[in-house]
Design a protein around this ligand. Sequence first.
Ligand code: MIC
Ligand code: SF4
Length: 638
Amino acid sequence: MNLARKIIEKHLVSGTMEAGKEIALRIDQTLTQDATGTMAYLQFEAMNVPKVKTEISVSYVDHNTLQSGFENADDHKFLQTIANKHGIIFSPAGNGICHQVHLERFGIPGKTLIGSDSHTPTGGGIGMLAFGAGGLDVACAMAGQPFYITMPKIVKVNLTGKLRDWVSAKDIILELLRLLSVKGGRGKIFEFAGEGVKTLSVPERATITNMGTELGATTTIFPSDEITKDFLKRQNREKDWTEMIADCDAEYDEEINIDLNTLEPLIAMPHSPDNVKKVKDLKGTKVDQVCIGSCTNSSYADMMLCAETLKDKKINKNTSLTISPGSRQVFSMLAESGKLFNIINAGARILECACGPCIGMGQAPKTKAVSLRTFNRNFEGRSGTKDAQVYLCSPEVALAAALTGEITDPTALFGAKPKINLPDHFYINDDHFQKPTNDGEIVRGPNIKPLPKFEPMPDSISADVVLKVGDNISTDHILPAGAKILPLRSNLPAISEHTFGAVDKDFVARAKSVKNGVIVGAENYGQGSSREHAALAPRYLGIKFVITKSFARIHLANLINFGIIPLTFDNPSDYELIKLTDKIEFNDIKNIIKENKDLIITVNGKNIKLNYSFTQRQKDILFAGGLLNWIKIAGGNF
Ligand code: MIC
Ligand code: SF4
């Protein structure tokens, strides 16, 4: 058996491990972050479960750390107090980015983890089976409920050889994105194997599993081996290690081979992580901004590479360089080593240990800037500047650009790569995690608004097409993040006003002007983040259906959780037949779905067949008008 199936089998609550079928998994650990966490905890509260039922649940504050008004600070206090009350470990702002910190201090090989953040698969770097999910699914897991997914195919990624100097783990995942595209991983788990695995450290593995999310993968996993053991030992957690490896005759559904010897530095061009080119082919492009950090590349090794490479050097005067260490541990060790000096002295700007520029929380680039980032997403406008050209690359490529002011192949610029020696023991100070005492008052500032109530599904629905969009619409398009909008995450009426803001500024008014709305999308609708607000806000604005050629996994689950009916075109070319403002009658829709009958709509005199495939559980949720309603109907016994 392969490793992914072994962990699934051990956690299987219901279903069979047959690709394409729904399975339910027992969840050992959960994590939330502040931008999705407030909603997740309001939902957990509505379930009336006094204490979380997981082995470990951690609430991190890492996204909304810019406090330009009271809102984010209100949310942080709410998160701190609700965590204390319900048995959740609280990691305050300054401790670092959830995925980096979880890997360092809480992740355990062979365990299952779900997090209300799409990059939760980072945990796969130490052999966890870790999934991104909507906040409501995480709330259910905290309440002891299983996590439902479609059993994925397991793809073996066979690594051979060894990376050359200045070529890095980031280039491995960029190569996969080049080969497979942002939708190539849907319905799949990528499991890494082969001799090349042994050449990669845990932080390097975690860079890859982190960005497996950009493939649209269900998750991504590395074995837990001697290298994992060594990492956990340095974290003073050797007792958490177990060997987790595939059997030598393991079978896989698919296989991909990557020869690490032949890889070269790669870069993803605007505005998609799969728009990958060779760095040398873009040589000479002027660079205005370089940002190093994010949950993809902010480990101790990444930071020490910056410190060693920037030693006694000055960055180019036309290029701004920001560096964000991933965690308080990494930052402390960088400071303690004395090498932080090299970074400061080279002209870099040090940011706090948080998501920061990755999510547009500050450092929006200048008009039409070229910005090179070691992050994982470069969707248009995500940086905070609509016309910025954001490229994704390794710290190696980022450093070469910061020093020369242009895209430069690091293999041609630098000599031998500095050797980064890891200390035998990482600096450990767990005092900054707040252990719950299961009491105290929950503090709700004015930014925390109660959850909305949604109606159950009626028998028939007459609806209007209020938006038509193309391929690969991300949740950043649906509900943008950034310093101005993120503080409204706990206030649905206010945040809804920004829905599709950058795509169509009239969308909100149009949606409000009709009773029931339909959104028409194309391929891979809802890719990117796990933010359930991208389903909640449309539902709040009256959207009842999203019809597409295909959906991204987490967003599809979020739509169902909030009672929006996701449908796909039986014939993708029928997408052309529907236009904005068309009226669509969904007669007897409830009964049709109940009895799995064909769903045919008539638009502009033409019949269009729509597909759906809901389990009984999903049908019940949709009929109830969403998962929270269904839980109430089921009397908490869900
Ligand atoms: C992201 O990288 O887009 C985020 C911000 O971390 C999101 C979560 C969110 O929108 O709060 C994610 O990846 O799930
Ligand atoms: Fe934070 Fe960016 Fe990672 Fe999302 S992708 S968790 S915003 S660092």
